[in-house]
Design a protein around this ligand. Structure first.
Ligand code: GDR
Length: 327
């Protein structure tokens, strides 16, 4: 049975990827940080087959031990501090984990793989945040990177370090430039889930107002379950490479509000939504739209869930969750 190690196992993507790999017959190991991590039970309940190993992206010697314990054929580095707004307040920590953590994981994997550097396949979770102030529309693998947040800068470091390990040591290291991807498992700090949760609570009479930042930003939103499949496909290729994973469609926060409120039968959302500068960012990424043609051509990958379907799925899930809480 092939063996896979996932960092960031407690996150949305970690859980979907673990489910996918278990279904494919992998032995899956998940790296988990800290003693008594409060999210440990979440992983155990969602994917009980996963074996959890303690480790931290800031500790390269610890990572070497994790690799020796998991003996992976494939390493998926999804671990990061991933909330963009938070990265201005904690730029140094974000740089250490989201940026330098990638170097640590690459180095530990290289040391573990020894004389056969390509024998352990490596996936780096890169991000459309790297495009920031976009230099081209739509964005592809060759678009110039211009990050606009400490998080984006850290991801650029991780992306180029992955390419560098591939070119310097012949590692099978691929970088997936994933555009925003959402699901009912998305954390409530991200805008889609913040909106769908609030819409469900407004519908149930539990909340009267939704306070947001910039309503004009545009994102290319896909379904996380589709995107983890692209990660796996990258590591099955004979050669490692970089791929944009996106839907090729963009929507504003206003359109997100339209779909979410319509799902519960509210056509005019203006009375419920207030803007507050507290949620505005020091530098905004105004528009993201990815060109996934390379992933389609080489990986045979395409997104399965459309934007409105995704948002409706999230609202329905939040209606169930919120009703269960008040029952
Ligand atoms: P993003 O996702 O920064 O694109 O990064 P997020 O959902 O946080 O923001 C998307 C856009 O919505 C605007 N916005 C708000 N955002 C939040 N979180 N809260 C608000 O109240 C709000 N109001 C407006 C933001 O300004 C922004 O323009 C996500 C993360 O998952 C990253 O880790 C990942 O790398 C990228 O997607 C791809």
């Amino acid at each position: 049975m092939p063996r896979a190690l996932i960092t960031g196992i407690t996150g949305q993507d970690g859980l979907y990827l673990a489910e996918l790999l278990v279904a494919k017959g992998y032995d899956v190991f998940g790296m988990i940080r800290g003693q008594n991590n409060p999210k440990m039970d979440l992983v155990r309940n969602a994917v009980p087959e996963v074996e959890l190993i303690a480790g931290d992206l800031s500790d390269v010697s610890g990572l070497t031990r994790v690799l020796r314990a998991a003996e992976p054929d494939e390493v998926y580095n999804l671990g990061a501090i991933s909330y963009v707004a938070y990265s201005w307040e904690n730029a140094s920590l974000t740089t250490d984990i989201t940026g330098k953590g990638v170097l640590h994981m690459l180095e530990a994997t290289r040391l573990y793989a020894g004389d056969e550097p390509a024998s352990v396949k490596f996936y780096q979770a890169s991000s459309s945040e790297m495009f920031g102030k976009v230099q081209e529309v739509p964005q592809s693998e060759s678009t110039l990177l211009w990050p606009r947040s400490p998080y984006g800068v850290a991801k650029v470091f991780g992306h180029y370090m992955t390419i560098n390990y591939r070119e310097s040591y012949g590692m099978h290291a691929s970088s997936g430039i994933l555009f925003n991807h959402e699901s009912p498992r998305r954390g409530p700090e991200f805008v889609t889930r913040k909106v769908t949760q609030a819409v469900a609570r407004i519908k149930l009479g539990l909340q009267s107002e939704l306070v947001l930042g910039n309503l004009d930003a545009k994102r290319d939103w896909g379904f996380a379950g589709d995107y983890v499949d692209a990660m796996w496909r990258m590591l099955q290729q004979p050669e490692a490479d970089d791929y944009v994973i996106a839907t090729g469609e963009t929507h504003s926060i206003r359109e997100l509000l339209d779909v979410a409120f319509e799902t519960v039968g509210i056509v005019d959302w203006a009375p419920y939504v207030r803007q507050d500068p507290r949620f505005m960012r020091p530098a905004e990424v105004d528009l993201l739209i990815g060109d996934p043609s390379k992933a389609k051509a080489v990986l045979g990958w395409k997104p399965q869930v459309a934007f409105s379907e995704l948002i409706q799925m999230m609202v329905e899930n939040d209606l169930d969750e919120q009703s269960a809480l008040v029952r």
